[in-house]
Design a protein around this ligand. Structure first.
Ligand code: DC
Length: 233
């Protein structure tokens, strides 16, 4: 099947999800939120470790950035073998359980950014994401490494940014937490996502960087649609 990919990468709170969904709707494309796939695996790790005698490991995972000391290659592969992920119409289901809402908790935000540093997990999920698009057809794909790793040949790559204050404020409309806590968590996640060795968050060389700090969602969407139209695909 011939398909096109419009890649949208950027840090949390840059407006990626809202923009990506609107662009997908306007182009009549599918929409894939790759962050949800890392969140789904993070959720599975939380459940798996909470229900067994290794309960104390969860505390250790939350308290360290060296998760590979706890989630070793062996453990990661064992969990990935049992990881049956479905993503349809923005619903996330693992092993028959709808976890769409559950993966939005702070705990899952934190663990997903940690498990995203594990090579085996990235390899598995990148393959899963590529297959999803092959099966579904033309898509707007949103994440951190779409333009650099998952679809490096995408004809349009957008890197969406916004300054820290604005990103924290946007997050504060989605979750009920103090603004300074939100900002602190966001910064920690940004650092982890950008500094990891495997596929860090960064703009592809041929990406178009859009700073949404002083732009409305509609303006950003229009800008992307016009860039896409100009490709004359
Ligand atoms: O986009 P999000 O906040 O839902 O993503 C959750 C975490 O998943 C994020 O902190 C980093 C990771 N992630 C990633 O490493 N690569 C992607 N393509 C998408 C998300």
């Amino acid at each position: 099947m011939k398909f096109n990919v419009l890649a949208i990468d950027g840090p949390s709170g840059s407006g990626k999800s809202t923009v990506a969904k609107m662009v997908a709707c306007k182009l009549n494309f599918n929409y894939l939120d790759t962050g949800a796939t890392y969140r789904a695996f993070g959720y599975m790790v939380l459940v798996k470790f909470s229900e067994t005698k290794i309960k104390s490991s969860i505390k250790k995972i939350m308290g360290t950035d060296d998760v590979d000391q706890i989630i070793t290659t062996e453990v990661a592969n064992e969990l990935l073998n049992k990881f049956n992920l479905l993503y349809e119409n923005q619903k996330v289901v693992i092993n028959g359980l709808d976890i769409t809402e559950l993966i939005r908790s702070d705990e899952v935000s934190e663990i997903s950014s940690k498990v995203a540093t594990i090579n085996e997990v990235r390899e598995f999920l990148v393959g899963w994401q590529q297959n999803w698009v092959v099966e579904h057809g033309s898509s707007v794909v949103e994440g951190r490494d779409i333009g650099t790793v998952v679809f490096p040949k995408a004809p349009l790559k957008i890197f969406l940014t916004a300054d820290d204050e604005v990103r924290s404020l946007r997050r504060s409309h989605q979750i009920s937490q103090r603004l300074d806590t939100i900002k602190e968590n966001l910064t920690l996640r940004d650092i982890r996502d950008s500094k990891r060795i495997n596929s860090p968050l960064k703009a592809a060389n041929d990406a178009i960087v859009i700073d949404s700090t002083f732009k409305s969602i509609d303006e950003v969407v229009e800008e992307i649609l016009s860039l896409w139209k100009n490709l004359n695909l």
